[in-house]
Design a protein around this ligand. Structure first.
Ligand code: FES
Ligand code: FES
Length: 151
């Protein structure tokens, strides 16, 4: 079945089954491998992308549920004001270790700042609680979000 989706401002036509997860379409059909597969069950956050600006788990989001919504991935987040600030702060704070979780972390953090420019520690913990980092970079993740929020 053919679907037309908008990813990072570009339109793509893809021919896949309707129940195909968006994560599979991004990685295997469109070759956008920045979004990661972790658990496949909405438990780790590695696959987080934005749908109309809100973070979603692309591993459990079927392609036929997207409709005309705009998708933003890690490949396009630098073009948003909050995404650019989050990415710079993560470099400044040397947040990543292995890096595997970081795409999803950046997507959740940038969505948080877009909706809440001055998040408290509790706001950050709440927004980021679904993004698991096996390397334990949580302290620096929070520091980077606060730096990005400070501008
Ligand atoms: S791969 Fe989607 S939440 Fe883990
Ligand atoms: S940096 Fe390694 S899992 Fe988060």
């Amino acid at each position: 079945m053919s679907f037309t989706i908008n990813v990072n401002g570009s339109t793509h036509s893809v021919d896949v089954d309707g129940d195909t997860p968006l994560l599979w379409v991004l990685r295997d059909v469109l070759g956008m491998t920045g979004t990661k597969f972790g658990c496949g069950m909405a438990l780790c956050g590695a696959c987080t992308v934005h749908l109309d600006g809100s973070p979603i788990r692309s591993c459990i989001t079927s392609i036929d549920s997207i409709g005309g919504s705009s998708i933003t991935t890690i490949e396009g987040i630098h073009a948003t004001a909050t995404g650019a600030r989050i990415q710079k702060a993560r470099i400044d704070r040397e947040v990543p270790q292995c890096g595997y979780c970081q795409s999803g972390q950046i997507m959740s953090a940038s969505a948080l700042l877009a909706s809440n420019p001055s998040p408290t520690d509790a706001d950050i913990d709440d927004a980021m609680s679904g993004n698991i980092c096996r390397c334990g970079t949580y302290v620096r993740i929070r520091q980077a979000i606060k730096q990005a929020a400070a501008g």
